[in-house]
Design a protein around this ligand. Structure first.
Ligand code: PEP
Ligand code: MG
Length: 324
């Protein structure tokens, strides 16, 4: 189907009953910029900033980072670009900074690492702010957050970067700040975090891994790793509802956002912003243009109380077959 979907590039992601969806792309390598733009991506919903760190031989300098981030931000400006702060640890290793842990996914990862290496985090945020000068499309997102103090501390680092750069004579602005909802604790922390953030993005890959206690990369348990597990869907539904209640923008940037069956469910939950691999954009846009949101809500009612992923996926597949 992909081949004949090119004509969708300039058409909006709008359902039959005229509800608009924001379709963003996920990036990390500079090579990911173009595929998104070519397919009508409306912004970057997740820039994995650890990827340029992983392909280097040492920690990149502030200047090197500015150059890379500037390319990403300027390619998309004025469309928004959500840059995630360094998310290393877990399965994301830096060749020049080995981390040895028995339980890396439960260990020194994402915000936990960068708060312990405050200067690395400060440099990265300075580089992001410098790269954004004159563009103004940067948003900053924090991975693996589970606690209020982590948010206060990263907020202080951002404030410090802004005031340092202003003192140095740069016209920087404090960008919107968001968090990944990927550690399950966040589901119940949102009211405590609300006043410090502008948006939430659901990282369904890690949320699934941590909710189900299933390593996302272990083939032994790969059959147990599914976002269609009733508890994962319920968790995402709860996050979506809580964000609506708290008047917080919410999106999904995990692999689910590129899976047509999952997209039916996410739209049914009221999620209107998805960030996905550029290559899946045309298909997901086609799907959105061929459904009614009313139908997605009814479908959600049909599946949300089913007891296992098999029955859930069967219902969703049936619906997809009817759509075409
Ligand atoms: C996620 O966890 O769903 C996510 C988008 O982040 P990553 O896959 O980079 O951990
Ligand atoms: Mg993640």
């Amino acid at each position: 189907r992909q081949a004949n979907l090119a004509h969708l590039k300039s058409l909006p992601a709008e359902s039959i009953d005229q509800q608009r969806v924001n379709l963003y792309s996920n990036t990390g390598l500079l090579a990911d910029i173009r595929p998104g733009l070519e397919r009508g991506s409306e912004g970057i919903g997740l820039y994995r900033s650890e990827i340029p760190f992983m392909v280097h031989n040492t920690f990149p300098t502030e200047e090197e980072q500015v150059r890379i981030y500037r390319k990403v931000l300027s390619a998309y400006a004025p469309k928004p670009v959500v840059m995630r702060t360094l998310d290393i640890g877990g399965d994301k290793a830096l060749p020049y900074f080995p981390i040895q842990e028995e339980n890396p996914y439960l260990g020194w990862r994402g915000i936990r690492f960068t708060l312990d290496y405050r200067n690395i985090q400060l440099d990265q945020i300075r580089a992001m702010l410098l790269a954004d000068i004159g563009l103004g499309n940067l948003q900053i997102m924090v991975p693996m957050l589970s606690r209020e103090d982590e948010l206060l501390r990263i907020g202080a680092i951002i404030d410090e970067a802004v005031s340092q750069l202003k003192e140095e004579g740069h016209a920087v602005v404090r960008p919107p700040i968001g968090i990944m909802a990927e550690v399950p604790a966040v589901i119940w922390m949102l009211p405590h975090l609300r006043d410090h953030i502008d948006f939430v993005s659901i990282g369904s890959n890690d949320l699934t891994q941590y909710l189900l206690a299933v390593d996302r990369n272990n083939p032994r348990v790969a059959h147990l790793f599914t976002p269609f597990h009733p508890a994962v869907l319920r968790a995402i539904y709860d996050i979506a509802r809580e964000c609506r209640r708290l008047n917080l923008a919410v999106s999904v940037c995990g692999e689910m956002a590129g899976d047509p069956k999952a997209v039916l469910v996410l739209l049914g939950m009221g999620i209107r912003t998805l960030s996905l691999s550029a290559y899946k954009l045309p298909l997901i846009k086609w799907l959105i243009r061929n459904i009614e949101m009313r139908d997605c809500r009814l479908l959600l009612d049909d599946i949300i109380d089913l007891p296992n992923e098999k029955e859930i996926q069967k219902k969703l597949e049936q619906r997809l077959d009817e759509i075409g």
